[in-house]
Design a protein around this ligand. Structure first.
Ligand code: SAM
Ligand code: SF4
Length: 330
């Protein structure tokens, strides 16, 4: 089997598949209140096209983990079936979804039965008014219900991803952690990255990992977890002696590019070898022109071979990618 290797000795085994660029929330760090110009329907891969590309990645290129994301993956009709077909592949990859959890309460059981292994739910606050301020929708209770349903359906460990914004929810880290621990959810804070459509991110106002840890340490005793971090982006800490843990994903201030094992497929069939890549490799056109599995696999290999050593956010010459996070697949 070939692998998706690059010139720096890394192999991509973790495939992030964006199922749609559309979303039913409008998180301020992700997209503007009015939403974005969505991809035209005919440019979005069909279920069959998607499953074919995933089967090439898992069957021919060494990918062993598939995470569905977006936009909001739960708004994609056919998600349960896509999960079922992915779970039927041989070798079968680990399958997870990153979601805002709107509608998860309705779907968690069916997703688990279809073969979904885990979910990551995005939740930045446990105060309804702050949730509405960040996401511009008053839907926090739906997320809370979705989390409970995921836990109940065995989609664990249920992880929560939280972004802290200065002056909005940066005073709420300890209460979110306390709530997550009470409910057996594994909380990870993610540093805000320059991936919003509005280009509003600023290095000097983002909340850093150091600040997140200081805020948590004011109320909890954190000890670095012993196990080696490997390619996992989160630095893990045990909370008050454990067993609970909290993670910090410091993509900006403590980049982990050297250990990156990810590759991305956008909803319109473009391979991206990094969230911050400035180039994409088009698989959709070749796929629709009748390319064989082997040809598509070769294109994929070339796309990853050119991966740069790092994202360069901290370089003066850094340029934000043209597509926002919601279109790339977070
Ligand atoms: N809609 C789904 C969700 O929110 O979980 C999946 C897509 S979303 C783009 C994936 C993750 O990216 C979420 O956890 C979200 O919080 C995170 N995210 C979005 N914009 C971000 C940014 N500018 N910096 C850091 N994380 C961001
Ligand atoms: Fe939607 Fe996720 Fe972006 Fe929020 S972070 S607007 S839920 S895609």
């Amino acid at each position: 089997m070939q692998t998706l290797s690059d010139a720096f000795g890394r192999a991509a085994t973790d495939l992030r598949v964006s199922l749609t660029d559309r979303c039913n929330l409008r998180c301020s760090y992700c997209m503007p209140a009015e939403g974005l110009e969505w991809l035209p329907d005919d440019s979005v891969l069909t279920d069959d096209e998607l499953v074919r590309l995933i089967s090439i990645a898992t069957g021919m290129l060494g990918v062993n983990e598939v995470r569905f994301t977006g936009g909001e993956p739960l708004v994609r009709r056919g998600l349960v079936d896509i999960v079922r077909r992915t779970a039927a592949l041989d070798p079968r990859p680990e399958i997870s979804v990153t979601t805002n959890a709107l509608g998860l309460a309705r779907n968690a059981k069916a997703l688990a039965e279809a073969g979904l292994d885990r979910v990551n739910v995005s939740l930045d606050t446990i105060r309804a008014e702050t949730f509405a301020e960040i996401t511009r929708r008053d839907r926090m209770q739906d997320v809370v219900a979705g989390l409970a349903a995921a836990h109940e359906a065995g989609l664990g460990p249920v992880k929560i991803n939280a972004v802290l914004l200065r002056g909005v929810n940066d005073d709420q880290a300890p209460e979110l952690l306390r709530w997550a621990i009470e409910h057996d959810y594994h909380l990870r804070f993610i540093e805000q990255m320059p991936l919003d459509a509005q280009h509003g991110w600023r290095r000097d106002t983002m909340i850093t990992a150091d600040e997140i840890l200081a805020a948590l340490e004011a109320e909890f005793a954190l000890t670095p977890a012993q196990e080696p971090r490997g390619s996992a982006p989160a630095e893990l800490f045990t909370v008050d002696g454990g067993p609970a843990t909290v993670g910090v994903i410091a993509s900006v201030t403590r980049p982990f590019c050297g250990d990156c094992d990810r590759v991305r497929l956008t909803a319109d069939g473009q391979v991206r070898n990094c969230l911050f890549a400035r180039e994409e490799s088009d698989l959709r056109t070749a796929l629709r022109a009748g390319a064989s599995d082997l040809e598509l696999a070769q294109r994929w290999v070339s796309a990853v071979a050119g991966k740069l050593p790092g994202h360069g956010i901290n370089d003066p010459s850094f340029l934000q990618p043209t597509r926002p996070m919601s279109a790339i697949g977070g």
